[in-house]
Design a protein around this ligand. Structure first.
Ligand code: FES
Length: 303
């Protein structure tokens, strides 16, 4: 019985064929972009959602053949009814797979949870939607945990859909430097950052979700209550519809970004150090600490 029709390839898959396809595609992506080395210590960023749980199991399967070591890193965003469901799920997987788990939270690192920020946003006191804080703080926190774990590389579960959205968002925000810093190989490492790799780069989000479902892997299925406030939310639906009508469109966005990096990447990246944490940034403060101080200033002046 078929479980999946891959529109861009015009092919039906049985369960076994589909699971093999995801695992082989991930391995090929890792090899194509030289993402991992045989002696890496890999910090796998796990939120508890379907994509990151799929990544954990696919990497475990692939990396058993090598000398690599896998650890899990997890950041609690502090979103009631959403973030609080993940720690137990992740701890169960860590125990089952025998991986060490490193955890922290936004509250611990920045003094605020995303619920705190969302409350200010909904009162009209904060200019940016919760996702802007969540994205920046998560990036910082994952790098912090990967460093703490002594990882040589960090793997995240970003899919082709995530990449295409990020590229378009950076275009819509006229943010060329960000677009150029957003690289998916280890060949352009940024000193101070644990290199990030994206083994699901060439898989659709619906494919990683189906993998988790077919393997019956426990995961956090709750949607984030703040997702709908973000630009990414609308764009996600738009790109999804466009991909349905024009299969291969997301791959074209990926290739466009690759070409851009090849042509202009090296020249435009100029980074200094954040005065708070020393992490690389083009400004005085890294974006994570800029946002923390921004919230501090609002909380101080709140009536
Ligand atoms: Fe949850 Fe953005 S804050 S999806």
């Amino acid at each position: 019985m078929y479980v999946y029709f891959k529109r861009d390839a015009g092919r039906f898959f049985t369960r076994k064929e589909f699971l093999d396809f995801v695992e082989k595609k991930t391995l090929k992506t890792i090899q194509k972009y030289n993402m991992l080395r045989y002696d890496d210590k890999i910090a796998v960023a796990v939120s508890g959602g379907k994509d990151s749980i799929a990544l954990l199991y696919v990497l475990d399967k692939i990396e058993r053949a090598f000398r690599t070591e896998l650890v899990i890193i997890h950041v609690d965003e502090g979103i009631k009814g959403y973030s609080d469901l993940s720690p137990e799920i992740i701890a169960n997987h860590a125990k089952k797979l025998g991986f060490k788990l490193y955890q922290t939270s936004f509250r611990e690192l920045f003094g605020y949870s995303i619920d705190d920020v969302a409350e200010l946003y909904l009162k009209g006191l904060v200019e940016w939607e919760p996702c802007s804080f969540c994205g920046e703080w998560r990036r910082w926190a994952l790098n912090y945990l990967a460093n703490k774990a002594g990882a040589t590389v960090m793997a995240t579960a970003h899919t082709l859909d995530d990449f295409a959205q990020t590229v378009i968002i950076n275009i819509m925000r006229n943010s060329l430097p960000r677009l150029l810093r957003f690289s998916f190989s280890r060949e352009r490492p940024i000193p101070g950052f644990v290199p990030r790799v994206y083994p699901f780069l060439e898989l659709y989000e619906k494919e990683t979700a189906l993998y988790t479902h077919l393997r019956d892997l426990e995961h956090n299925d709750e949607p984030c209550p703040y997702a709908e406030y973000s630009m990414r939310w609308d764009l996600r639906m738009f790109l999804y519809e466009q991909e349905e009508k024009h299969p291969g469109l997301l791959f074209n966005i990926l290739r466009f970004h690759q070409n851009l990096l090849d042509k202009a990447g090296e020249r435009l990246i100029k980074l200094g150090k954040c005065i708070v944490c020393g992490y690389p940034t083009p400004q005085r403060l890294c974006r994570a600490h800029f946002l923390q101080r921004y919230v501090d200033s609002i909380v101080k002046n709140e009536p």
